[in-house]
Design a protein around this ligand. Structure first.
Ligand code: HEM
Length: 140
């Protein structure tokens, strides 16, 4: 599959191995957040118990990648930038988040083209989160 077709319908959801594949990714993502030294400050922004955010991020990504949308019915509606504006997120925190994600993605049994595609597209909301956080602190 060419990288441009991953955006169509549920192609990304299927390329990620469906809900099970996305849950495995998110599980490893938070394991990296708990263990990588460069993620220490990022980890400290999160609750002691990661089980709720683990569940939420997986359900969010299932819908975001074109799979079944259960986020709203289970957790209510969310604006990803709006939610994160309450945290102090600068380049360092954004990059630590993306490093954890890149390490987790690398381990998945996914097509190399999909791994590259996923890291490109997930960087977009990560940057929006940073901008929303900066604007909130600037009083915007
Ligand atoms: C850019 C760097 C990011 C940082 C530093 C960050 C940090 C956080 C923090 C501190 C929480 C709260 C967790 C808790 O209360 O235990 C959270 C929750 C969450 N994050 Fe992020 N995040 C980032 C990017 C993203 C991105 C790109 C997405 C989605 C594509 C995302 C999806 C979520 C979701 C769905 C939740 C749960 C929201 C809720 O509790 O209602 N995050 N994040």
């Amino acid at each position: 599959m060419t990288s441009s077709s991953y955006g169509a319908g549920d192609a990304s959801y299927r390329a990620a191995g469906g809900a099970g594949g996305i849950e495995r990714l998110v599980h490893r993502f938070y394991e990296y957040m708990e263990t990588l030294p460069e993620a220490r400050a990022l980890r400290a922004m999160h609750a002691a118990d990661l089980s709720e955010v683990r569940d939420k991020l997986a359900v969010f990504l299932v819908a975001w990648l074109g799979g079944p949308n259960e986020y709203r019915s289970r957790f209510g509606s969310i604006s990803i930038p709006g939610f994160h504006a309450r945290f102090a997120i600068d380049e360092a925190e954004r990059d630590a988040w993306l490093v954890c994600m890149a390490r987790a993605v690398d381990e998945q049994p996914w097509a190399e083209a999909f791994k590259r595609y996923f890291m490109q597209v997930i960087a977009v909301p990560a940057e929006r989160v940073r901008v929303a956080s900066v604007m909130r602190r600037a009083g915007g």
